[in-house]
Write a protein of this length. Structure first.
Length: 248
């Protein structure tokens, strides 16, 4: 699953740009609302809410925005209900694509995503059409300077199930979802900061396509990731350097 970190890195870099123009705050507000709605407004008792708040603070989301989102989730403030949905489909070359969505209007979101898929050479499929190709995991990515031996030791002692070096020279750690917070806390206690820390749908196997189709898939993924209602986009595309080049 090491190939997944390339797309995660693309999203991470893009996220910094989105945060600079405030776009990411809307997505993070929805994540906080849904977390508070499902598990209450106390981040000490609601680990999902704690993660959402940490993500919001990491991009300098104002405290007032965070508190309003929590109160919307708990029902203390009025607002449209936000629900979680998953859309599945295929990109150019038959590559699998999964979109994790939080929306207050599924009647708006569904047609908009269908249009994006269609315009960029993909198709939205039925529920379950590609989800069997993915497994929900906790994902951590570290710079090589963090030390593979030290990262591996902490991972294996705190619920990690795999540590490997990526093609980009990064250290990638995965874990079952239920061990995510324990492992995140262990890395924090050891003062080892990940470049990426998330819960995501990771592909069980990667798919190779030619560079032309790969570039088309990346354009589709970027357009989907830019949609306000999409929290996360996952793919089983094996992303190559040629696909990421500007050459057509």
């Amino acid at each position: 699953m090491a190939g997944h970190s390339k797309w995660a890195n693309i999203q991470h870099r893009k996220g910094r740009v989105d945060a600079a123009r405030g776009k990411l705050w809307s997505k993070l507000s929805k994540a906080i609302i849904v977390a508070a709605k499902g598990g209450g407004g106390d981040p000490e008792a609601n680990l999902r809410l704690r993660k959402a708040i940490d993500d919001a603070k990491a991009v300098s989301m104002p405290k007032d925005n965070i508190e309003r989102a929590i109160k919307r989730g708990t029902g203390e403030l009025a607002g449209n209900d936000v629900e979680e949905l998953t859309y599945e489909g295929y990109g150019p070359g038959g590559v699998a694509v999964m979109c994790e969505v939080m929306t207050d209007n599924r009647n708006r979101t569904g047609p908009e995503l269908k249009t994006i898929f269609s315009k960029l050479g993909g198709d939205i499929g039925k529920t379950g059409c590609v989800s069997y190709l993915f497994e929900r995991k906790g994902l951590f990515v570290f710079a090589a300077e963090s030390g593979e031996e030290r990262v591996t030791e902490i991972a294996l002692e705190n619920g990690g199930d795999d540590v490997e070096m990526t093609d980009e020279g990064k250290i990638q750690v995965t874990c079952p979802p239920e061990n995510y917070q324990t492992l995140a806390d262990a890395f924090e206690a050891a003062e080892i900061k990940p470049e990426i820390s998330e819960l995501s749908q990771l592909p069980q196997t990667m798919v190779d396509v030619d560079a032309s189709n790969g570039k088309k898939v990346l354009r589709l993924l970027e357009q989907l990731d830019d949609h306000d209602d999409i929290q996360n986009v996952c793919t089983n595309l094996n992303i190559t350097d040629e696909m990421m080049s500007d050459d057509e």
